[in-house]
Design a protein around this ligand. Sequence first.
Ligand code: 5CA
Length: 163
Amino acid sequence: MSPQDHAALPVRSQEVARILAEAGVSGTVRELTESTRTAAEAAAALGCEVGAIANSLVFISDDEPVLVMTSGRHQVDTTALAARWGRGPLRRATADQVREATGQAIGGVAPVGHPRPLPTVVDAALSDYPRLWAAGGTPRTLFPTTADELLRLTNGRRLPVGP
Ligand code: 5CA
């Protein structure tokens, strides 16, 4: 995607696209006409399995925001994940906390592009899919990626997060 194409994206997504390009990621951020605010909507818009949608879920743990890249096929078992991760309890962030931690709105939170890097887990279930889609900074933008790429981009840890 050329810089001109980036300029056509919403400003939050331009920042995500810039970081992906800098990291040598080949997949580009695209804006859909349909809402991709939830995993189900994103999967329907793309015609992919809901499990291949990588949701960027923000939790508060030990008084700091953390990111859990979660397959759309299941929910996070917060008790089990906190134990595996060696952290205090995980509580779902409020909309305001999500905005503060990421600079992005719920439904469009990307794995990157945040004011400060967040401690991150990448759901082991995401490794079941050869191609994933993650949000690109707004509720209508997505980019194609893989579990290994998400681990690299976020400096994250691969852990099971589901029940
Ligand atoms: N664009 C899609 C697919 S990539 C997406 O961003 N999905 S998501 O799961 O990462 O973002 C929606 C999530 O935001 C929901 O799963 C829900 O966990 C969370 N959410 C929705 N409303 C609120 C709220 N009021 N406070 C905190 N979290 C919320």
